[in-house]
Every structure is written in C-alpha cells, then in structure tokens.
Ligand binder design. Structure first.
Ligand code: PRP
Ligand code: MN
Ligand code: MG
Length: 205
C-alpha cells in the first residue's frame, strides 16, 4: 500500500510517544542550557526529523547547523573512520554544541564527531539521540540525552531509512524481514519494546 502498511511488522514508537519524549528531553535541555544559546548540530540525513521537532519544542534561543558525514568501510557496518561530506558553517569557539542524532548504533560515528567538534574550541559538546541500540554499541561514549533504547531490529521511520526510503513515516517501525530480502525469516511473536532511558542524575519526577 502507499502508506507502507504491508511492509511494517510492528510500530515500535508511535508519533505520539516520540512527541512526548522529545518534549521531556526539551525540558531537560532548557534547564541545562539556561542562559546559553546552544548550537544544535543535526547529522544529515537521519536527524532531520528529530532536529526539526526538538528545535520547535525548545522554548529558548538556539541556533541550528548541519553536518553530513560518511563512515569509510564496506556495507552498512560503520568503521569509526569518518569523512566529512558537508561541514558546519558555524565557528565553534566558545559555543555550547549539542549534536542531535536519530540513532546510535555502534556509536563509532558519534565518538569521532564529538572529538572532532570538541577540538574546534567548543565550550561544551553533548549528544542528544532519540534512539540507541545498546546491543550494538562498540564504544562507551557518554551520551547526555537519550530518548529510548531499542532492540536490535531493523528500525525505520522518523528520519531513519532503509535504502533511503521510509524516512517520512511518522512512527518508528520495524520492517518485515521480507522487505530487505530475508524471505526465509519468519518472525514469531512481537519485537521487544522500546525503553525510555532516564538522563543520568535526573529522577523521573
Ligand atoms: C545512521 C544513523 C546514525 C549512524 C549511526 O546514519 O542516522 O547517523 O548511522 O551509526 P553508528 O552509531 O554505528 O556510527 P547513516 O550513516 O545511515 O546515514 P543517514 O543518516 O543519511 O541515513
Ligand atoms: Mn545518520
Ligand atoms: Mg541511513
């Protein structure tokens, strides 16, 4: 169908759950950056929806800029070696940088990126990601703001793609294995739910 219903195995996070969580993260960011003007750095292309919704949720002065990076290596596995395809237009000296991502998978892209941006003289560099796949993490990068931990499934939507498609879905969904050619895999049962990740040092109150 045109709305991809046949290709979706399960909705992992509805647009309403995403909206609510981004609002919660925005309240934390407003408090942490009070009196400052953070620079939100969106990592193209996956982060466009998160930046767009987070920025409009934030009731504070801020700036936005964008980077496009590509990790060297074959296939879909990132290697940790990153090439800048589009750099920032903004001078980072003294700036409070908040890198915004849709998902942390191995964590290698962000480990490289936080070090790279910190080396440009930023006053601070923090990370906000909507999703994290804990089973895939290969680094112990400190991530300040995390929306949800998600199971090790192929998730798309809300900026996340499979072969550049599905970024425009409003929900984060798990695709049917048949969509990416694994016709033999017959998933039984529901996928594990996404779990909200509390920001360190913040009671859930
Ligand atoms: C995806 C995702 C993150 C990165 C995470 O981007 O949007 O940016 O991979 O992977 P890592 O934690 O293993 O480094 P992708 O390279 O697919 O580009 P896209 O955002 O344009 O889809
Ligand atoms: Mn990306
Ligand atoms: Mg991608």
């Amino acid at each position: 169908a045109q709305d991809c219903q046949d290709e979706i195995r399960q909705v992992l996070l509805s647009q309403e759950e995403i909206r609510e969580r981004i609002a919660e993260l925005a309240r934390e960011i407003e408090r942490d950056y009070a009196g400052k003007v953070p620079l939100l750095v969106g990592v193209l292309k996956g982060a466009v929806m998160v930046v767009s919704d987070l920025a409009r949720e934030l009731r504070m002065p801020l700036e936005m800029d964008w980077m496009a990076v590509s990790s060297y290596g074959s296939g879909t596995e990132s290697t940790g070696v990153v090439r800048i395809l589009k750099d920032l237009d903004t001078d980072l000296s003294g700036r409070d940088v908040l890198i915004v991502e849709d998902i942390i998978d191995s964590g290698l892209t962000l480990t490289w990126l936080t070090q790279n941006l910190a080396s440009r003289g930023a006053a601070s560099v923090e990370v906000c990601t909507l999703l994290r796949k804990p089973e895939r993490l290969k680094t112990n990068l400190a991530v300040r703001y995390i929306g949800f931990d998600v199971p090790n499934e192929f998730v798309v939507g809300y900026g996340l793609d499979y072969d550049e498609r599905y970024r425009n879905l409003r929900d984060v969904v798990v695709l049917h294995p048949a969509v990416f050619g694994a016709d033999d895999v017959d998933p039984n049962g529901p996928v594990e739910p996404a779990r909200k990740v509390l920001t360190p040092g913040l009671p859930d109150a």
